[in-house]
Design a protein around this ligand. Structure first.
Ligand code: SF4
Ligand code: SF4
Length: 272
């Protein structure tokens, strides 16, 4: 039996269910447009999506095989091109506004500039650290709100991750927890479909550039939720290249989505 069948209801059902829930949340926030609704949309949406992600993670782990991923394990935080969508960037940015985090905000901006024209393979080869990584402690500074892409890496062997990083000019595979990967990818797809359906920017964004944009624009959450395409400079149409980061962690496998859902996403993309 394929590991995929450990996902309760299957990936299609997860996509559909997240799509419906997220669509309802967006509609609710629009109904409160004069109140905190729009500005609070990224927080509300991501709280729901994270909850779904964690529930599915538990279900995927019920297969009995546990991935090696844990807080404080950070080989994957070097050299990996992390992609996310705007509400994820907005929620992370909102957690980084304290005055004593100025140096971190500067590091995010500098990383965004440095990797702007870098291929995924070069980024991996040069082992560029994620700016959100606390390199002294080896831990993610935004672990509770880290991107879905980071939640779903699902390596079965941290030594393989370390080995892939140490040999970043080679294509060293990492054994993965497929149900975890597929379930997290299904959650992300459901959310993107809901954003596209609502006319919101659902593009995949390079993480450091997107967080920098969220930090540097006033009322960014409200503007994004109002349909403004603030995140254009961070948008990426290229997925991770054929070597390097892709060989290690990405792109996440596409969940099985229905023909209608695929059409809806294409329509939303054409409508931009
Ligand atoms: S993907 Fe690898 S390096 Fe990252 S948390 Fe999982 S085991 Fe650790
Ligand atoms: S966001 Fe956190 S978990 Fe993801 S790559 Fe950066 S430091 Fe690592």
């Amino acid at each position: 039996m394929s590991e995929r069948f450990h996902i309760a209801g299957g990936a299609d059902q997860v996509v559909q269910s997240v799509l419906e829930t997220a669509t309802a949340l967006i509609a609710e926030s629009r109904a409160q447009a004069d109140g905190p609704g729009l500005a609070a949309l990224p927080t509300t949406l991501m709280a729901e999506v994270r909850a779904r992600s964690m529930t599915l993670q538990e279900q995927a782990l019920a297969s009995g095989r546990r991935p090696a991923c844990r807080e404080g394990c950070a080989w994957c935080c070097y050299g990996t091109r992390v992609e996310l969508v705007a509400p994820e960037a907005l929620v992370i940015a909102a957690s980084l506004t304290a005055p004593d985090q100025e140096a971190l905000r500067t590091r995010i901006r500098e990383t965004a500039r440095r990797v702007q024209s870098m291929s995924a393979a070069d980024r991996h080869r040069e082992r560029i650290a994620c700016p959100l990584l606390d390199q002294e402690r080896g831990s993610c500074r935004v672990y509770a709100v880290r991107p879905l892409a980071c939640r779903g890496l699902g390596s079965m062997n941290s030594e393989a991750c370390a080995d892939a990083l140490a040999h970043s000019d080679e294509d060293r595979p990492i054994p993965k927890h497929l149900p975890l990967l597929v379930s997290q990818s299904a959650v992300a797809t459901g959310m993107r479909l809901a954003l596209g359906r609502a006319g919101l920017d659902e593009r995949l964004l390079e993480a450091s550039a997107a967080i920098d944009i969220a930090l540097s624009h006033r009322h960014a959450a409200q503007r994004w939720a109002g349909g403004e395409k603030l995140f254009g400079p961070a948008a990426t149409t290229t997925r991770a290249g054929p070597v390097g980061a892709a060989a290690r962690f990405g792109p996440m496998p596409s969940p099985v989505i229905t023909r209608n859902q695929r059409k809806a996403l294409r329509r939303a993309q054409r409508g931009r």
